[in-house]
Design a protein around this ligand. Structure first.
Ligand code: GLC
Ligand code: CA
Length: 547
């Protein structure tokens, strides 16, 4: 092993657990119904108690909020809705006192149409900012091609002042930035360095695999120049600092992930890949077109990512984020076995190699919601509803998709207590609180030994105590078993064994390893032992020294 390899093995984020905050739904400090930076500061003790090492903050920069902050109009200011730059500095400092780093969300594929660059760009073709965006000539009413935007409608929008279309992969208010322009890239690097100087601990890079788009060839993600841009970005910014970087890459394969997360540090620390997430949709269709959950495929996907990246890259481990439904309502059971299945999913994921991400409320076993249509807020959900009504889908069909997949499932207010509005706000929350907050909330769980919260807290502690979590090699067991997800992790001196039942009934497990599994590190039933019957959603994790 070279010195560089050794240094890389000691990267802080390899033993870290990261917690994602969706600021508008986390904690409201001033009663306007919207979460804010002071709200987060007031809850740092809770996060310190949980034991996390870093917070990934979804965007808090100035934004017209067309896509809840993923449409930035000023990258170097905080949106007044969330607070001020001073509040941000206070957050970084207060978190730092608790050994928690702040990871910012960088939205570099597009800006808001209200950004100064775009306001200038659309004035004339000669404007120095014109080329910061992606324009194509044409005539009004005839799109340059038939590409569609992710939130519905065409990916092109006409601007009469310049007689051209601009390209947008998301909403019309999110024009795509033109990475082919070196001046734009320079501006971006300067902005990032400005944040690094303010002491942030890292960055999550929004839809980073889409920056090198080539619309004339219909290319959105994984464009030919993508890795060239990423290497330049890294070299000019975060490479110099001890930061963590994670790219959102829906189109990542294990081969591409090895490039992104190459231990030589040339691109990023890791990527979010979504192969395990997309298993619940009909291949080739949209995320709303639900497929039955394929359990064997889930095992195959996790197993492959664990094996292929071992020693060659680095995985991120996650079930949830602000775009995804609650995992306990998807692969778990949000009724009778909510607590057991939430813990099982946590134990399964946190035993693997990679950096785990916990999305706010996941540590409480928060669930999906079923609202009336008027109560949904997400632009993607609202557009989908209209689009599918027009296409002739029935209301029931559309609502089934929304219940299962709407991004608002993850965006309901954090459930702090059984008090008014779940303790999230004194005012009227911007989106309705999940009515189950009286039962599911932080106040009820932090002091309760058998809570989902305690399970997460213990997992985070274990990951720090045993180096095998960061280093051990993954080995799948019972590959063809339809009920059980079991695997080992091994290093030179020890072995970890994780055994999970994915069903709401008892199942038998035939594993030689269970004859002498070692010490029980964590389980989701009190009297777990070496029994070869697993109760509904039972999960156990054992550790053993190797002879
Ligand atoms: C990412 C974000 C999502 C956002 C989109 C456009 O997928 O996670 O919330 O809408 O990018 O920025
Ligand atoms: Ca507020």
């Amino acid at each position: 092993m070279t010195d560089r390899d050794k240094a890389n093995q000691n990267k802080w984020w390899k033993t870290a657990v990261i917690y994602q905050i969706y600021p508008r739904s986390f904690a409201d400090s001033n009663g306007d119904g919207i979460g804010d930076l002071q709200g987060i500061i007031s809850r740092l003790d809770y996060l310190e108690n949980l034991g996390i090492d870093a917070i990934w903050l979804s965007p808090v920069c100035r934004s017209p909020q067309d896509d809840n902050g993923y449409d930035i109009s000023d990258y170097q200011d905080i949106d007044p809705m969330f607070g001020t730059l001073q509040d941000m500095e206070e957050l970084i400092a207060e978190a730092g006192k608790r050994h928690i780093r702040i990871i910012m969300d960088l939205v570099l594929n597009h800006s808001s149409d209200e950004h100064f660059w775009f306001r200038e760009a659309k004035k004339s073709r000669k404007n120095p900012y014109h080329d910061y965006y992606v324009w194509r000539d044409g005539v009004e009413g005839e799109f340059p091609n038939d590409m569609r935007a992710a939130f519905g409608g065409p990916a092109w929008e006409w601007v009469p002042e310049v007689g051209q279309y601009y390209f947008h992969q998301f909403s019309v208010k999110q024009p795509d930035l033109n990475w082919e322009n070196p001046k734009l890239r320079r501006e971006i690097y300067d902005m990032i360095n400005w944040w690094i100087d303010r002491g942030v601990g890292g960055f999550r890079l929004d839809v980073i695999d889409q920056i090198a788009k080539e619309p004339d060839r219909g290319i959105t993600n994984n464009g030919p120049r993508l890795h060239e841009y990423l290497r330049e970005l890294s070299r000019e910014t975060f490479r110099k600092a001890d930061l963590v970087t994670v790219g959102e890459a829906w189109g990542a394969t294990t081969e591409l992930a090895k490039l992104y997360s190459n231990p030589d540090n040339s691109e990023l620390s890791m990527v979010f890949q979504f192969e395990h997430i997309c298993l619940d949709q009909i291949p080739g269709k949209e995320k709303w077109d639900l497929a039955p959950l394929p359990f064997l495929k889930l095992k195959e996907v996790f197993g492959r990512w664990q094996t292929k990246l071992h020693g060659k890259g680095w995985n991120s481990l996650f079930w949830n984020n602000h775009d995804l439904p609650r995992i306990v309502s998807r692969w778990g059971n949000d009724g009778k076995y909510r607590v057991e299945s939430a813990k099982m999913l946590a134990i399964l994921l946190h035993g693997m190699q990679g950096t785990p991400y916990i999305y706010q409320g996941e540590e409480l076993g928060m669930t999906n919601v079923r609202y009336e249509m008027e109560e949904y807020r997400d632009i993607e959900t609202l557009n989908l509803y209209q689009e599918r009504l027009e296409k002739g889908y029935s209301k029931e069909e559309i609502m089934d998709s929304i219940y299962a997949k709407s991004r608002d499932n993850a965006r309901t207010p954090m459930q702090w207590s059984s008090g008014k509005n779940a303790g999230f706000t004194e005012g009227e929350p911007w989106i309705r609180v999940n009515p189950n907050y009286r039962e599911i909330n932080a106040a009820a769980q932090t002091g309760e030994e058998d809570s989902v919260f305690r399970c997460y807290q213990t997992l985070i502690r274990l990951r720090k105590e045993y180096s095998i979590f960061a280093d051990g090699e993954f080995g799948m067991l019972l590959e063809e078993d339809e009920d059980i997800f079991a695997y080992t992790r091994t290093d030179a001196d020890s072995r970890l064994l994780v055994v999970c039942n994915f069903h709401d009934r008892e199942v038998n497990v035939s594993l030689e390893e269970l004859a002498d599994p070692g010490e029980l590190l964590i389980a989701n039933y009190r009297d777990a032992c070496q029994r070869t019957v697993l109760r509904p959603y039972e999960a156990r994790m054992y550790w053993k020294e190797r002879q």
